[in-house]
Write a protein that binds this ligand. Structure first.
Ligand SMILES: O=C(O)COP(=O)(O)O
Ligand SMILES: [Mg+2]
Length: 223
């Protein structure tokens, strides 16, 4: 069975902040509120769409509403791949990992419909053996059940997997599942969020070597 590299999506595989930002600003425009700065939006990402919309509404003095959440989700899902692209070096890193024998999967708190729309829009959906979205399982990151469910769907096991993510939720889910985590230093997180990770990769180009370095620690994986 090949080892499995499980990737977070927002801030790890793709720079999705521009489309999340644009959709939040369209929501704010519908609610007669001013737009956000990119850094404000980046700080709101990582706990799924409900929490994202809660934070955005709260930042503008508005109470949470299911209608705002539904409106944001439909709009974002339809336009998730307009300004979003893989981080530089990600396509090459995925190709190198696959060539080195890694199977690839995605474990993201983004709802699965928007995740599939985005990955299809970018033409990279076919690279992943499984895609676990924020609503694919009863729990989501930081609950390890989200990672364990994604692992199982990809035909992997915790003893033969590595998680790569940019948020404390990724590190926590990996720790709970008994999976080593590489912190994506190019993403939306802060350096403090890397606490508990096995290593930090400064750029996607560092991933093949970082994962190769962990491979010897993974269960019964051969060369
Ligand atoms: O949807 C989010 O808030 C974050 O998504 P991620 O888990 O891919 O970083
Ligand atoms: Mg992320």
């Amino acid at each position: 069975m090949p080892p499995l590299a499980v990737f977070d999506l927002d801030g790890t595989l793709v720079d999705s902040a521009p489309d999340i930002h644009a959709a939040l600003d369209r929501l704010m425009a519908r609610l007669d509120r001013p737009p956000f700065a990119r850094q404000e939006v980046v700080r709101m990402i990582g706990d799924g769409v409900r929490v994202l919309v809660e934070r955005a509404l709260a930042a503008r003095g508005l109470p949470f509403s299911e209608a705002a959440l539904a409106g944001f989700t439909a709009d974002y899902t339809a336009r998730a791949a307009e300004a979003t692209a893989p981080f530089p070096g990600i396509p090459e890193a995925l190709t190198a990992l696959a060539a080195a024998g890694w199977r690839l999967a995605v474990c993201t708190n983004k709802p699965v419909a928007a995740t599939l729309a985005l990955l299809r829009g970018l033409g990279i959906e076919g690279r992943f053996a499984a895609i676990g979205g924020g609503d694919s399982f009863p729990v989501r990151k930081p609950d390890p059940g989200h990672l364990l469910g994604t692992l199982a769907a990809a035909g992997g096991t915790p003893g033969r997997a590595v998680m790569i993510g940019d948020h404390r939720n990724d590190v926590a889910a990996a720790a709970g599942a008994g999976v080593p985590c590489i912190f994506a230093g190019w993403g939306y997180g802060t350096p403090a969020m890397a606490e508990g990770a096995a290593a930090t990769a400064a750029a996607p180009a560092a991933l093949p070597a970082a994962l190769a370095g962990l491979r010897g620690r993974l269960g019964d994986i051969g060369g």
